[in-house]
Design a protein around this ligand. Sequence first.
Ligand SMILES: Cc1cc2nc3c(=O)[nH]c(=O)nc-3n(C[C@H](O)[C@H](O)[C@H](O)COP(=O)(O)OP(=O)(O)OC[C@H]3O[C@@H](n4cnc5c(N)ncnc54)[C@H](O)[C@@H]3O)c2cc1C
Length: 415
Amino acid sequence: MNEVETKNDRNSQVFAFRTPILVVAETLTALTCYKDGYIMVNKSFSKPKEVLLLGGGHSNLQVLHQLARIDPSLFNLTLISDVLCAPYSGMIPSYLAGVYSEAELHFDLQKICDRFSFKFIEDKVTFIDSLRNQIHTATGKIIGYDICSINLGILPTLIPATQGPQKDIIYLKPISKLIERWKQTSQLAGASANGLSFTVIGGGAGAFEVAIACRRKFRSLDNKIRMIAGKGGLLPEYNRTAQKYARQSLKDLNIDLLVGVRVEHIESTSLLLDDTRHLDKQICFVGTSAQAPEVFRHSGLPVSKDGFVTVDENLLVSGLKNIFAAGDCCFFLPRPLPKAGVFAVRQGPVLAANITALILNQSALTKYFPQSPFLTILVSGDNKAIAAYKNFVFQGRWAWRLKDYIDRKFMKRFQ
Ligand SMILES: Cc1cc2nc3c(=O)[nH]c(=O)nc-3n(C[C@H](O)[C@H](O)[C@H](O)COP(=O)(O)OP(=O)(O)OC[C@H]3O[C@@H](n4cnc5c(N)ncnc54)[C@H](O)[C@@H]3O)c2cc1C
């Protein structure tokens, strides 16, 4: 049977720690409504707001930390995530290469919620009912909210594949599932007598970094590594200098690069290209275009033509007053943004400020101004990275050090 969840435990705990004077003062303030000679409790005072965070992505993670600073008697917070631990995207390539440990790269969502006395539910959100202010989950829970924040990331666009266990096809998105798949592959590759071959499908930044990480992890030239960069070529969103550095880095690490072809079908031992060629394949990473979580269309939320939930400059879902969305899962109406963790990270404080405003019944919301231009740093080899900012592109050890510093600092702050 479905249940509507309410959360009073944390509130009653907080209440128990208040001083008697504070309790008397609060009671006097609360008992302010009179009707037919009876004293009525002012409900808007007595009822804490229910704040529901959907997904433990880069933005909601910051909301947890910011809301921990607010008077806990004013709200109850619940985080629903389909994973217990969420990875930080910036560190994934170096984790794959064996530089960072699994613990260094993950946020333990349950632990963070416990620390702040927030509620954590491991479950998948399947429906957002914005009319009734409720969400539904895969295990049949129905949970009510006053304020909701969506940070669900994106899903891969699947390439048609021959039916089978498909252990050897690893989609880079969602990143929360990538690590588990990589661990299985590493074991497979470790156990294999002959070197396994790896194909990375996609020409973007994530695919490039994964191809580099494969070589750093599997150094033997028996492990053939190839990247298929499609019609857009290598790093289509970067300038020529960055593309030149990236091409050279692949060459230095004996990674083959194919451009201008699309993979049409993944067969059990080969890849069918759109020019009718078949290429042999073993382990295959797919980092091509991604799509919006299905939950938005099911829920009838306002979406862009690609199905991403649309938000205004305050990160409020279009036309709604109490649902926010941030990160890859949303389409920022004032101007389209690339799907990159840097935006999800920068949206975090704005999201937290606006949720706080609603908790405090304040009407003025904070606007989000996307950073433009923004710095990107791509790992391009051992202790080496390509840094791109505006038209400036540099490659070297210091770029890698800077990336390592920024990423570790972020982890230290929020882990
Ligand atoms: C290999 C690789 C390297 C990258 N490196 C960089 C980089 O260096 N810099 C950069 O800016 N970007 C990078 N990116 C892009 C970056 O990963 C994404 O832009 C970023 O993760 C988006 O953050 P998010 O908070 O929107 O979503 P996510 O980080 O994907 O978080 C969404 C969360 O929601 C959970 N979730 C999803 N659906 C549900 C559901 N129905 N119910 C409950 N929970 C759910 C997921 O498990 C996940 O924890 C990289 C991507 C890849 C693949």
